[in-house]
Design a protein around this ligand. Structure first.
Ligand code: GAF
Length: 350
């Protein structure tokens, strides 16, 4: 049996998903393809890595197999018996570009296992299993956005998700006359996962200091009771949530000028308040600001490298692409990669 699970791009709502906040991502037309069949041992093969790994029982190896093994471990934790299988994966999702190839692999694995063994696990539970794999097995304490989007994506729609209640709304993504591109900075700084976990801790510290259970209870007035780093982190989360709500409105009204401005402010906040940006993605965003037909841009995903989402009038980005490549290369000695992004449905059989 074969399945495919899409990556995702987040329009806005960064570092809010583990803070009971709002996000506005959509599933993209790049996938992890996965086939599953019975076997006498666990055999995992990756076409992209060009590696086959065999194991008698599930174990952590600190490599790509952990995303698959982690999902199997999560099923078993819930009492499902997963007998040995051979799983082969391939992907046209760029790694480390901020399109969440890891969540796509987790969701593809969770869905394939549920279907193959006829466990019939509801989609939301599959999302939780996939996320648990990342948090408990891989060890990155991510939120739920990436796995949720890979499972629930809908073509021509973004997902407005409340990560506290898990209520969601599909918002039509009518891009006529506009386009979304992803610029891959082609850098991934080492500290990305340690700093990610550190941001989570800081947010927990904010709640402890304020004596609140959820970020949803934190108000602007509370910021006065915080100082230094904690205040900056909290301010980002509160304002980013507001930006998501405004972006949903703008998207519904087809007001891409407003949406673009919100993207730029989100980037500034991620750079100055949340401090998860880096020189390379700042350079790309600064370069694009003010250029004809460019409406907005910001870093996407966890940060410390990865991708920049660019919202522009159709054709405008293509005109300045080459200059951007040259300028970036001159500055950092690195080539940029581009992806024109379209929306997609979520995980499915193929
Ligand atoms: C990563 C995580 F996996 C997401 O859950 C989210 O927190 C994102 O960083 C930042 O918004 O992609």
């Amino acid at each position: 049996m074969k399945v495919k699970a899409p990556g995702r791009i987040n329009i806005i709502g960064e570092h809010t998903d583990y803070n009971d906040g709002y996000v506005l991502p959509f599933a993209v037309n790049r996938y992890v393809f996965l086939s599953i069949e019975g076997s006498d041992r666990f055999i995992f093969h990756s076409e992209n890595v060009n590696e086959t790994v065999e194991m008698e029982k599930i174990e952590k190896l600190n490599k790509w197999t952990d995303y698959i093994s982690g999902v199997i471990a999560s099923f078993e934790k819930r009492g499902y018996r997963v007998s040995p299988v051979k799983i082969s994966v391939s992907s046209n999702l760029p790694m480390g570009a901020g399109l969440s190839s890891s969540a796509a692999l987790e969701v593809a694995t969770a869905y394939a296992i549920s279907e193959y063994f006829s466990f019939n696990v509801p989609k939301l539970e599959l999302v939780k299993i996939a996320r648990e794999a990342e948090v408990e097995f891989v060890g990155v304490r991510c939120g739920i956005m990436d796995q949720f989007t890979s499972a629930f994506g809908k073509k021509d729609h973004a997902i407005f998700l409340d990560t506290m209640t898990l209520e969601y709304e599909y918002v039509p993504l009518r891009l006529e006359g506009y386009e979304i591109n992803l610029v891959d900075s082609n850098v991934k700084h080492e500290l990305s996962s340690s700093e990610y976990n550190k941001r989570r801790q800081e947010c927990e510290e904010v709640l402890k200091t304020l004596g609140k259970k959820s970020f949803r209870e934190v108000t602007k007035e509370d910021l006065e009771r915080l100082s230094g780093t904690l205040r900056k982190r909290a301010q980002h989360v509160l304002e980013e949530n507001e930006r998501v709500l405004k972006s949903v409105q703008a998207l519904k009204e087809g007001d891409f000028e407003t949406l673009g401005k919100l993207l730029f402010s989100s980037h500034e906040s991620l750079r100055d308040l949340y401090e998860v940006s880096c020189e390379e993605t700042d350079f790309i965003v600064d370069y694009l600001r003010g250029k004809e037909g460019i409406l907005g841009a910001r870093m996407v995903g966890g940060g410390f490298g990865g991708g920049v989402i660019v919202l522009s009038k159709k054709g405008a980005f293509g005109k300045i692409k080459e200059e951007l490549v040259e300028s970036y290369k001159k500055h950092f000695g690195i080539d940029l990669t581009f992806h024109e992004i379209e929306s997609s449905d979520g995980v499915q059989k193929i």
